[in-house]
Design a binder for this molecule. Structure first.
Ligand SMILES: [Mg+2]
Length: 130
């Protein structure tokens, strides 16, 4: 990938948002942020990021609903969306995996592991177009 990978981070908790953004920017990602599901869907359409990290518990529409809107819109339909789930929310993680998320990452994030965990979900630059 010739440009820095673009991550859309959808998270309503300002501290979680800042930590994840700082860690990803330090690791060389270009980070776009949104603090509600609605704003996340809008940013996905406007920026067509390489990967989306989606908190599930959001004010307004939740992460599952936002995922549905992203999937239903042609230009964003193929973008991998990874759920951000609170450690205690076992049910959310199960539901994420059966709802079309590419995977999930637990909060609190591991500062050391997070960039590699996100990079794993980037589309392969050498993969043929779908
Ligand atoms: Mg939240």
């Amino acid at each position: 990938m010739s440009h820095p990978p673009v991550v859309l981070l959808v998270e309503d908790n300002p501290r979680n948002l800042k930590l994840a953004r700082d860690v990803l920017e330090y690791a060389g990602f270009s980070v776009v942020v949104a603090m509600t599901g609605e704003e996340g869907v809008e940013q996905a359409r406007a920026t067509l990021p390489d990967v989306i990290l989606m908190d599930l518990q959001l004010p307004g529409i939740d992460g599952f609903t936002a995922l549905g809107l992203i999937r239903d819109h042609g230009p964003t339909a193929h973008i991998p969306v990874v759920a951000l789930t609170a450690f205690a929310m076992h049910r959310d993680r199960e539901r994420a995996l059966t709802s079309g998320f590419a995977g999930y990452l637990e909060k609190p994030i591991s500062v050391r592991e997070f960039p590699a965990q996100v990079r794993r979900h980037l589309p392969r630059p050498d993969a043929p177009d779908p």
